[in-house]
Design a protein around this ligand. Structure first.
Ligand code: SAH
Length: 235
């Protein structure tokens, strides 16, 4: 099955064993991937379901329901302060590959970027493409950007960590616990978190943690955090 191309469809495109393809998907399958009638591909709904499908013009016939077991067994939400430029694209792509469940873009005190709605659409597209390529069963949710204070109060998971580059904090690897179904990890912008942000995160129940002795870039830190989590819960 590995060689078959994968495309994400909306759950309502699947009905009674058939997938009705959008014009864009027909173009992608026919013109970009050069599939012809009768050729097979994998359709995924981004919510846990995969189907082996056969192209038939504007529709595809579902041949088989496939089992995918590529998800982490804990749900990981990353709260990421928006970095400069297009840095967030890279974070979305890499963290999707690594198994993130949800990413909340956060506007922090030192965030320079206030993204447009087109950015959000773009990040969601990147997450879908990365999930297709990584053979994920789920496409991670990319939420609307929120102020850091709102992100703190919205989050209710019992295991919450805030990564801080300076200070004598324990390493994430030494404190993280996988006995919960949901873990939240926050990483800051290029200029770092302000002391007020760290204090209010702690007051909201976040544990400050280190990712090692070197200062990582804002784009590298979430990728490192997620790598540690996936290594920790898959071995
Ligand atoms: N300019 C800041 C560093 C910001 S790094 C300074 O000099 O202090 C961007 C973000 O990545 C930080 O806010 C933190 O969340 C995370 N980060 C980078 N390196 C880290 C480390 N060694 N441990 C924990 N978090 C780190």
């Amino acid at each position: 099955m590995a060689q078959l191309q994968r495309i994400a469809i909306a759950p309502n495109q699947f009905q009674q064993g058939q997938i009705s393809l959008t014009t864009e998907q027909q173009h992608y399958l026919g013109r970009v991937l050069r599939l012809r009638a009768g050729d097979r591909f994998i359709a995924m709904d981004g919510k846990g379901k995969w189907w082996l499908a056969q192209l038939e013009g504007e529709q595809a016939q579902v041949l088989e329901i496939l089992t995918v077991e590529t998800e982490l067994f804990v749900s990981i939400t990353l709260m990421v302060a928006l970095p400069k430029g297009n840095g967030f694209d890279e974070i979305v792509r890499c963290c999707t590959e690594l198994g993130v469940t949800c990413i909340t873009p956060v506007l922090s005190d030192r965030t320079l970027l206030h993204p447009s709605h087109q950015k959000l659409e773009r990040w969601r597209r990147i997450a879908t493409e990365a999930a297709e390529q990584s053979e994920r069963a789920f496409v991670p949710k990319i939420l609307e950007p929120v102020a850091f204070s709102a992100a703190l109060t919205d989050s209710v998971a019992t295991h919450r960590y805030i990564c801080e580059a300076r200070g004598d904090y324990p390493h994430l690897n030494n404190v993280i616990q996988y006995d919960s179904s949901e873990i939240v990890i926050a990483t800051g912008p290029e200029g770092g978190w302000t002391q007020t942000e760290i204090d209010s995160a702690i007051a909201s129940g976040f544990q400050p943690v280190s990712l090692g002795r070197r200062i990582l870039r804002a784009v590298t830190a979430p990728v490192v955090a997620l790598t540690l989590v996936s290594a920790g819960c898959e071995v």
